[in-house]
Design a protein around this ligand. Sequence first.
Ligand code: BES
Ligand code: ZN
Length: 877
Amino acid sequence: MKTDLSNYVYLKDYQKTEYVISEVDLVFKLDPEKTIVQNKMRIERRHQTDAGTTLVLDGDELTFISAQVNGQSLNEGQFEASANSFRLLTPPADEFELTITTQVNPSANTQLSGLYLSSGNYCTQCEAEGFRRITYFYDRPDSLAIYKTRIEALKAKYPVLLANGNPLTSGDMDAGYHFAEWLDPHPKPSYLFALVAGDLGRVSAPYTTASGRNVALNIYVEHGNEPRSTYAMDCLIRSMKWDEERFGREYDLDVFNIVAVSDFNMGAMENKGLNIFNDKYILADPKVATDADYEGIETVVAHEYFHNWTGNRITCRDWFQLCLKEGLTVFRDQEFSSDERSRSVQRIQNVRSLKSRQFPEDSGPLAHPVRPDTYKEINNFYTATVYQKGSELCGMLQTLLGIDGFRKGMDLYFERHDGDAATIEDFLACFAESSQINLDQFALWYHQSGTPLLKVTRLYNRDRQELSLTISQELAPTPGQEKKEPMLIPIRFGLLAKTGDEQAFSAIRGAKVKDDVIWLENATQTIVFEGVSEGCVPSLLRGFSAPVNIESDLNSFEKLLLMQHDCDGFSKWQALQDVAGDILVKLSVGQEAPELDAFTEALAAIIGDDSLEYAFRALCLQMPSHDDLVPHLSGKYDPEAVYQAKLKLRKQITKRLLPLFETIYSEVKPASPFNPDATSAGARSLRNTIVSYLGISSDQRHHELVVKHFENADNMSDQISALITLVHDQITGYEVALQQFYEMHKNTPLALDKWFAAQASSPTSSGVEMLECLAQDPAFSWGTPNRVRALLDPFTIGNPRLFNKADGSSYKYLAQKVLEIDTKNPQLAARVLNAFRSWQHLEPTRRQLARQALASILDAKQAISIDIRDITERCLQ
Ligand code: BES
Ligand code: ZN
């Protein structure tokens, strides 16, 4: 465990390596406790003038065995080897071969970084700095080499031996061992190295690329899970096809292998030719996977596949450029999902996720730029900001340049930087050049942290029939950044006449406008629409064209007009959320909300509108989250009051919409037999959202309906939605249902995770006591990331009422658990700790308790990891 109080790493300190490692030849003799790794590297000095410079390679918890240069063993005095570095003191002047042998202990590796065992199978995770836990190397993304890998292992226990690239040879050895050799012809950084050895089942499919290359696709899973992997295979094939059509990108090896493992810190990893997945994002069948799980599988499979070009063929120069591969690849997977499903529904879901994860990060102590310029622990920078905001920035580029303009920039990027370790500047230069547009101001988005606030005020001139909008942009100070510059903000817009029809205008002045997009460039700008009628209402930020907050002078009736009539699906939904948010803020501080009746009327009209997609209507029934309301309550956020306000609003909605709910519930029929497609999923989603409202009805009949919904479910989406409603509203029979669910799924950990989550997210439970009880269950384990997340995320994220219990008991519990998890898996501990990121917005009593819990982590008697120290210190700063 890295515990040192090591210093910050700075972007400005970037320097190329002194030496270049061009080829790596690895031999693994696999053993659970004593794996021997022989690493033969072809090395050359970068500059002839640097003769004699010491070669310094990274290591982490390595046991050094031996080293040779050009086949000659090294003597003491020629090198220095420690657990975390190898130094060759006087390397040869000419190209040479350095062979280092190390020993590692996979079975003791609970961090799940480097080489470890998962359910008895060997696997690796090298991003970001895991390769140095396997062997000494330039473990940084700008060190690209060609890798050959030989794996030796017991054949009976580990019949499957996989590594990056294409298979070379394989065969039997003495004493029951066998071997396999793999060669990856594409130079790559060490973080993309992977190896798997185990006894696994396989699903295969052939694929022919657009230019006629044949590729063997394989997904490896635990024996017996093969039938649950066919959906993932289907997603992979659709992703490969989509990348050819949309971006002209083909696959470039003879095989593409995916392995699903049950112990994994993240969702999945894009290792070249050998993706390794958390099995949660591969395994799917109707009994175990919800529609959201199917969607997640599609997203993650596509995402990791898309990295083959955005990440692998073109990688990052250093970890500060992480968004170059992650933001862009998230953008690509979101575009894929939009093309495969409903674009507006997809957009709403992405924005919901952005606002509930990235916006809070950007408005709290952990705020950082999409392209940071300093970090202490890189693992803590795989954040919502780098990923989600990073994706939004690509989306804004596409909005500004148009789909074709964006594609032209991407084409140039692939052409110019294939085989490179690139930077954000390289990336942006391709778009600036191909479009002939100066993107210097746009580039600020990568460097300035925080969410801009747009303030909009209107003025109508009756004589001239002109509507003026004055828009100002503000960006509040964030850690390390006091003053900010105005940025280029694309605002997609429309105007609605009083009648709700789209309002035409004769001209616009005051800003650059391309099609229906305003290019906002100044701190304050007045934009004038000519030839418009009085009372028309601007619809700004259609499609959420920029990741900003907006404060407009629209009154609630104008917002209701947008909610009822906006032709942009996203804006219609956003207007609904805005009105609901206004109501919730008022209710939570004990005020009346006069717009409540008009709101429920307008909501009823939407929910009953058969021209709207089911999934869209389901999203419209979901009221704003606590996170959505926090910015409006900063410093006095009382989670209990918000919980009560939401309950009150939901009860009002139930009262008004009950007849509609009953009709829709009985008339909407999802496809039978089960089909995971978007339309059926939408139908289930609408019915299940209705079920959640029926749970708070005071009518016994509705409770019985929820119980029936549970009992008759033939798929996990229905079953778990009913269970959640039963448990959260403590409907008679909920204990029995919990037991039935447990019995039914007790041999399927991924299904039981939902059982844990349903209870942990219950606002009506006892809180910490209940968590402690759940953690005692034999199916639970603090050592398995999926279990830990299934218990803690639904509590810290999904249960704001009890996580923020006024006595501070949950904060204390979480801090304690973080310390315990930290001893085994610091990365996981740091992620759990992120739950405190918005503590400063809390009302004073809770704020004080949260601060104490955070402080207790730094005061702990045990040695703590750099991972949790970094997060805690930044939180408290
Ligand atoms: N490269 C990452 C996985 C990763 C991140 C490994 C950090 C180790 C450390 C991968 O491409 C990724 O981003 N996965 C996401 C899912 C994706 C759909 C956003 C994940 O694992 O959450
Ligand atoms: Zn990724």
